[in-house]
Design a protein around this ligand. Structure first.
Ligand SMILES: CC(C)(COP(=O)(O)OP(=O)(O)OC[C@H]1O[C@@H](n2cnc3c(N)ncnc32)[C@H](O)[C@@H]1OP(=O)(O)O)[C@@H](O)C(=O)NCCC(=O)NCCS
Length: 167
């Protein structure tokens, strides 16, 4: 827990140094248009409005957060939880705002929220070719624990299964 707080402080300092003011908050229905824009620019199999709506506003075992800078949506992320495990569904950052520390700010917020729900570990799948995401997860203590063969149906790419223990 101390580690997450330290990471969040470090990220906030890095953003303050760049005079970036990022606000993390719950997602409102009116945010879904921005989220879909980012989803569509990032993924070959993007989620639909309906999928986000159900996952965020109907399911009770999920947690989603949106990142904004001066009111502009720059990223989002979410997870669902089963017993003591949180499973990341998605994290994405606007292409125009990459490498500004937003992805790791979202990830650390999700870890913090997962810990609050009682989760003690976090899991996710990531394309084996997705070096930026794998780098971000490794930086925050996730380890590769397996491969799911041909997990992604668009190109039959394998997924790396990554897990962080002891949230
Ligand atoms: C993965 C993603 C969320 C990272 O967001 P970001 O805001 O650009 O990342 P950050 O600036 O917070 O970087 C955090 C760390 O991630 C790693 N990283 C990020 N981009 C990287 C890149 N292009 N190459 C290598 N490492 C990278 C680095 O370790 C970085 O730490 P550092 O800046 O101290 O080196 C973003 O690239 C994205 O939205 N990708 C498309 C969607 C996606 O693939 N989501 C993950 C699905 S599992």
């Amino acid at each position: 827990m101390r580690k997450i707080k330290e990471n969040l402080k470090m990220i906030e300092k890095r953003m303050a140094d760049r005079r970036m003011r990022i606000a993390m908050s719950d997602i409102a229905v009116t945010d879904l248009h921005d989220i879909l824009t980012i989803e569509n620019e990032n993924f070959t199999n993007p989620w639909s409005f309906y999928m986000f709506y159900i996952d965020i506003f109907v399911h009770t075992d999920t947690c989603y957060k949106i990142a904004k800078i001066d009111g502009e949506t720059v990223g989002y992320g979410g997870f669902y939880f089963v017993m003591n495990e949180a499973h990341v569904c998605n994290i994405a950052v606007r292409k125009t705002h990459r490498r500004e520390g937003i992805g790791e700010r979202i990830l650390c917020t999700l870890i913090e929220e997962a810990r609050k729900t009682g989760a003690d570990r976090m899991t996710l799948e990531v394309r084996v070719s997705n070096a930026p995401a794998i780098g971000m997860y490794e930086k925050h203590g996730f380890k590769a624990e397996g491969i799911c063969k041909k997990y992604y149906s668009d190109n039959n790419e394998d997924a790396l299964i990554m897990r962080k223990h002891d949230l």
